[in-house]
Structure formats: C-alpha cells, structure tokens
Design a protein around this ligand. Structure first.
Ligand code: 4AD
Ligand code: MG
Length: 448
C-alpha cells in the first residue's frame, strides 16, 4: 500500500521508487537463477525480474504466458548495454497470482492456439485472443488516437458533433447495399450514411459532424469493404466546392499532426508503417475525365463487364477498385479525384455549372487503399432534387424531411464521409480494413 500503482508505458521517471504494477505475462524466460518477465497492461510493457527465492516459488516455476500478476518492487534503470522497454526494469520483491488469474491451457495459453500457420478464418474466430497481439493492439490504440484527433480538429474548427439515428427508412448510397429489418410493424434499414441527417442540422447548429457506424450489405469479399464500419462525416454550410476540398485537406493533415503529436502513438505508427511520411500539400487534384485519360494512357483496362473482354476505360465508367488502386499506387500520393459523372453517383450530388454531365463531387484516394473519402456539394434547389429522385427511381415520400430543407431557407452546402478503417489501413499500412476494427463484420462473418 505504500507503493504507487502505476501503468506500464512511458510515464513519469520513477526510477528507484517502489511501485506496484498489474498486468499479463507477455513473454517469460529463465536465465540461471533469475526469471525475466515482460509484463503487458495495454499501456505498454515492462521488464520484471524475479530473483532469489521468488524465482523458485511454485507460481514462478509454473508461470504461463497471459497469466495475470500483481507485482511489487523497485523500478531501476537497466544496466549499460542491456535492453528493456523504456530503459527500465522492475526488481520484484513480491508478486501474487490471485485466485482465477492463472492462464490455463498449458505452456502458452494463446500461442498454442495461434501460430503463423493458423488459418485466417480461425484467427478471426479467435479475434478476442489475437487482439492481445502486438500488431492488433497497436492498431486499436492508434485508432483510438485518430478518432480523438478528429474530434479535436473538428472542435478547432468550431464544428458541432451530433448523433443521427442508425435505424432509418431512407437510402443514401443505393438500394443494393441496404440491410433491411423488421421494425415493429414497418420495414426499416440500417443507415448507410448519416449525411442526409447532418444536412438537416445546418440551419440551427452550423457546421456539424458525426462519427457513427454505417452499414452496407456488401456481397463481395474485398480487402476494403465491411458490412459495418465507422464513418466520419461532416457537413458544411455556405461553401463552394473549392472550400470543401480545402477543408478536407486541412482536416486530414491536421488529424495526422494531432495524432503524431503523442509520442507513444507516433512510435506505434512508425513501427507499423516505417515508410510513413506526412502527405505533401496541396493534394493532387485530378478530374474524373483526366483519370479516365490517365488509365487509357497507362493501358489499365476496364475488366468489370460480365462476360465481356477487358477494354480501355471510357467516360461514364465506374472506376473499379483494382484500377483505382493501380493508379493511386503509381501516382503514390493523395489524390482528390473530382467531377464524377452524375450517372454513376448518388442522387443528391450537385451538378457542375459549366458541365452538367458531371457533379461537384470528390473521392480522396490514398496509395495502398484507394478511396478513403467520398464527398460532394449537395443539390439545394427543390425542383432539381425532385428531378434527381425521379432519375434514380426513388420514391420521394420517405424523404419528405430531406426535401423540406429545400423549401425553408436552402443554402449552398456540402460534405463528405471518411471510412475510418480505410484511413487506418493507409496510416498503419494494413492490407485489409478487417484488421483495423475491433471485431470485423463482413459478408459471412458476424462473430465473435
Ligand atoms: O463514398 P460513400 O458511399 O459516401 C457516402 O456515404 C456519403 N453519403 C458520405 C457523405 O458525403 N457524408 O462512403 C464514404 C466513405 C468511402 O469513401 C469509404 O472510405 C467508406 O465510406 N466506405 C466503406 N468503408 C468500409 N466498408 C464499406 N463497405 C464502405 N463503404 C464506404
Ligand atoms: Mg464512394
């Protein structure tokens, strides 16, 4: 009780003081009369040394990885030439494994179940255990920091956070990816995007944002599609399309700055992604038409049409995931891809005044991942919106509240949605978004 209970990561310099720590055995090895334990508590790691009679106790001799421990001892600087996390080690003079704290299951409670050869599906079934791994836990900790940074940056911009509903009766991004469910005596959907609700907040709350779950019944297994993902969405009032692009660039860069300002997080990101460098500003801005020309020039073909041979891209094509990623990887820097044709984009997007074939829309593409943000200016004229519903075969009834915005003081406004898992996949250099969320949900998986 006379010793301070501390967490294991970087912290105040407490060398020489007597401390009490709690954690799990991450690794252990015996060296002659002494035992070296790497203890883990989610804040960091600490090397603990058991020596003398302590190392010969029954509990020490039968210690297994993942066992939880309480340890008291003297915190010391590691000797010259030796290595330990944060350059310190705990010389234990007392430890206790309380009732029920022992990791059952033999030598290595988890390593026995999870090895390099374990099937991917099994690893995912064991996500509750693999989360304890160094890579998985670092990604989750970076994720927390990034989410916090978005909140910080939006607050710097005096934007207000709201929490729109997840149970809705309107689609935003097309009927094909809606999760339908019985809602009392009606039908409802899980929301695909909070955008339409954010738009309704502008008149009374100013610029708004939310970080909520979005749901998409994606039926293909790709490295960047989840059925449930975290969506960072923002909506800005009285702006131009250029304002929107400038804002987005600012937010993304500032979020990275704020995230990297925490030394532990910076260290994790550097370990996960040694190549990481801050994106150069301004981001490259490329029109959809120029992207099509680029793909033609680089002989990257459109092979998305069922039963047809690959052919060069042409105006009107939806640039598929593979082609988009090839282009982004070659250009190898963030790209704002703008002015997509109205026909391949959502109903609410504002047309370009100079070229009504295209919209004031933007996708932000990142090397290794491709699209991580989608945004646009919104149609704010009533008649134009009604025409857009008709074009997309949307029954306007359920959208009455969205349409009403165009009757009571409409305004030029726009916004975007950023997929948090995709942002993390890029930042932490992960092959798939599945490794960037706690318990991934995608076609065929709803556990653990
Ligand atoms: O491009 P999307 O579909 O745009 C919207 O939903 C807009 N209503 C957002 C807005 O303007 N407020 O989705 C936006 C982003 C994508 O760029 C991608 O990063 C992510 O959401 N996303 C997904 N992430 C993981 N799994 C999926 N199935 C995703 N679908 C979209
Ligand atoms: Mg999109």
């Amino acid at each position: 009780t006379d010793s301070a209970k501390i967490k294991l990561g970087n912290g105040s310099d407490v060398k020489g003081t007597r401390v009490r720590v709690f954690g799990r055995v991450h690794r252990e090895r015996r060296q002659k009369e002494r035992m070296f334990i790497t203890l883990r508590d989610g804040y960091g790691f600490m090397q603990v040394i058991l020596s003398g009679p302590l190392a010969k106790t029954y509990d020490a001799l039968t210690l297994t990885r993942e066992t939880s421990m309480e340890i008291l001892g003297q915190l010391m600087q590691v000797p010259e030439g030796a290595h330990a996390p944060n350059g310190r080690e705990l010389h234990a003079d007392y430890f206790k494994i309380h009732a029920g704290w022992k990791a059952a299951g033999g030598e290595d409670a988890i390593t026995n179940r999870v090895s390099k050869d374990t099937e991917k599906a099994t690893l995912l079934d064991l996500r509750h255990l693999t989360l304890r791994g160094e890579t998985a836990s670092k990604i989750m900790i970076v994720r927390d920091a990034v989410e916090f940074a978005f909140n910080t940056v939006y607050k710097e911009l005096r934007m207000r956070k709201v929490s729109p509903p997840a149970l809705v009766q309107t689609q935003v991004e097309g009927g094909s990816t809606l999760f339908k469910l019985g809602y009392y005596h009606e039908e409802a959907y899980l929301t695909q995007s909070s955008q339409l609700y954010l738009e309704t907040c502008l008149p009374s709350m100013g610029d708004v944002y939310c970080i909520e779950k979005s749901f998409r019944a994606e039926k293909s297994l790709t490295r960047r599609h989840l059925a449930e993902y975290s969506h960072v969405e923002a909506e800005l009032d009285f702006i131009t399309f250029n304002d929107l692009l400038d804002h987005l660039e600012h937010v993304m860069c500032r979020v990275l700055e704020v995230t990297m300002a925490d030394p532990t997080i910076k260290q994790y990101i550097t370990e996960l992604n040694p190549e990481f460098k801050m994106p150069e500003r301004p981001f490259m801005r490329m029109k959809y038409q120029d992207a099509i020309d680029w793909l033609v020039e680089h002989e990257i073909l459109n092979d998305e049409e069922e039963g047809k041979p690959p052919r060069p891209h042409k105006f009107g094509d939806d640039i598929a995931e593979a082609a988009e990623r090839k282009m982004t990887d070659i250009i190898n820097r963030p790209i704002f891809l703008t002015h997509f044709p109205a026909a391949i984009k959502s109903f609410y997007m504002m047309k370009d005044k100079d070229d009504p074939r295209v919209t004031e829309s933007v996708d932000c593409l990142m090397p290794g991942v491709g699209e991580i943000v989608g945004g646009s200016m919104r149609i704010f004229d009533y008649e134009e919106l009604m025409a857009a519903y008709a074009r997309e075969d949307i029954e306007p009834g359920p959208y009455y509240w969205y349409t009403d915005q165009r009757k009571y003081g409409s305004s030029p406004h726009g916004g975007y949605g950023l997929g948090l898992e995709r942002f993390l996949a890029w930042l932490c250099d992960q092959h798939t978004v599945r490794d960037c969320c706690l318990y991934p949900r995608y076609f065929g998986r709803c556990k653990p």
